[in-house]
Design a protein around this ligand. Structure first.
Ligand code: PHE
Length: 368
């Protein structure tokens, strides 16, 4: 018994010594559930960054990954757990805007900085002091989509499909409509929910309007099914989506029906904006034997932004990290040069990609 106790206390002692030499960063992503591909891709990018830069201030960075199961309530729970139980200094997360809104409320209240790689809804950072993002926001993304639809696709009439349970989709739909109508376009609307499988009623109604483009600012599982069903109903025109379209599953589920899907995004591996971007693509391809997605690049940038902030803060104190994050200027990331403004937001270029022969192909870059 005594031996066991002694062994136990030695183990505890050793463990605490090791913990003292690490800086803990939480990662709150959807690793299972409807949009698990988002978590998987982003984590790959985070891990590439960690492999290249495992330390800061002489200490090891330890990542603690928490799965929000693609669920809003869990998105808040995992942030609580990372803060109260794992005592993280900062959090990388979340990905879906609705999850960042739920988790961000907790991080804000606890004064723990949270950096979203990919949440583009403006409300995610609005009025908050501890929430930041590594990506552009949806008024810009919607603007880019409207320009692309009107000028490049020469569309005059669009049908917009909104996922009513995703803040991302509701916001981006509205930003697109505002700009597309301002340019002279005409819009009608359809509504659905994450998890829906049958869109024939909405599509039949939509196609009766003889649209030049279907705009679907949702997530890949539903976009893929909608594309299939639209093609079955005889629609051969373009489908336009937002950043939520990009995942290998779009092509796996959508097959040839997703050829001709255009989407606005943050990055294309064939056109990296910076030298860091080129280095990231090379390293990623060496490890994963395939090209990195936009989310992988954003995950990579998020880790580096946080590490840079800790370095400049000279401390892993959460308040000091937040302060340093807010002063990020011209940081060279894989997705561009990143400046975080006083609202916690980032201003960056967008790319438009197209699914062509089952591949995400670069079309153009649109600057702010
Ligand atoms: N922008 C999406 C949101 O806010 C998240 C996302 C970004 C998904 C990039 C895929 C790629 O919900």
């Amino acid at each position: 018994m005594r031996k066991i106790l002694i062994l136990l206390s030695i183990t505890v002692l050793l463990a605490s010594v090791f913990i003292a030499g690490t800086i803990r960063i939480g990662v709150a992503f959807p690793m299972t559930g409807n949009i698990a591909a988002f978590g998987e891709m982003t984590l790959q990018g985070v891990k590439i960054a960690q492999t290249l830069y495992p330390k800061v201030l002489g200490e090891k960075i330890k990542l603690i990954v928490a799965d929000n199961r693609s669920d809003k309530t869990e998105a808040a729970n995992v942030v609580s757990r990372l803060i109260d139980y794992n005592h993280v200094a900062a959090i990388i997360g979340e990905i879906a805007s609705s999850h960042s809104l739920a988790g961000g409320a907790i991080a804000e209240r606890s004064h723990i900085p949270m950096l979203s790689p990919a949440s583009t809804n403006p409300l995610v950072t609005q009025g908050k002091h501890y929430i930041f993002r590594a990506c552009f926001i949806d008024p810009f993304q919607g603007h880019v989509a409207a320009i692309f639809a009107y000028k490049n696709l020469k569309a005059k009439r669009a049908v917009v499909f909104t996922d009513v349970v995703q803040d991302y989709s509701v916001g981006l739909s509205n930003f697109f409509i505002k700009d597309f109508v301002k340019m002279g376009g005409k819009v009608s609307r359809e509504f659905y929910q994450s998890g829906d499988q049958d869109f024939s009623a909405q599509l039949t109604d939509a196609l009766s309007k003889k649209p030049d483009v279907l705009y679907i600012p949702g997530y890949y599982p539903e976009i893929a099914l909608m594309a299939r069903q639209a093609r079955q109903l005889g629609y051969t025109g373009p489908i336009l989506a937002g950043d939520g379209a990009e995942a290998p599953q779009l092509i796996k589920i959508g097959g040839s029906a997703v050829n001709g899907v255009y989407y606005t995004s943050h990055f294309n591996a064939s056109h990296p904006f910076t030298a860091v971007g080129k280095k990231f693509v090379a390293k990623y391809e060496a490890v994963y034997k395939t090209s990195p997605s936009a989310l992988a690049a954003l995950g990579f940038d998020s880790y580096l932004l946080l590490r840079d902030a800790i370095k400049r803060a000279g401390s892993a104190d959460p308040g000091k990290i937040a302060e340093a994050l807010r002063k990020t200027k011209n940081f060279e990331g894989a997705t561009g040069y990143i400046t975080i403004d006083k609202y916690g937001n980032t201003i960056k270029s967008a790319v438009v990609n197209e699914v062509k022969n089952g591949k995400f192909t670069y079309v153009t870059t649109i600057n702010p």
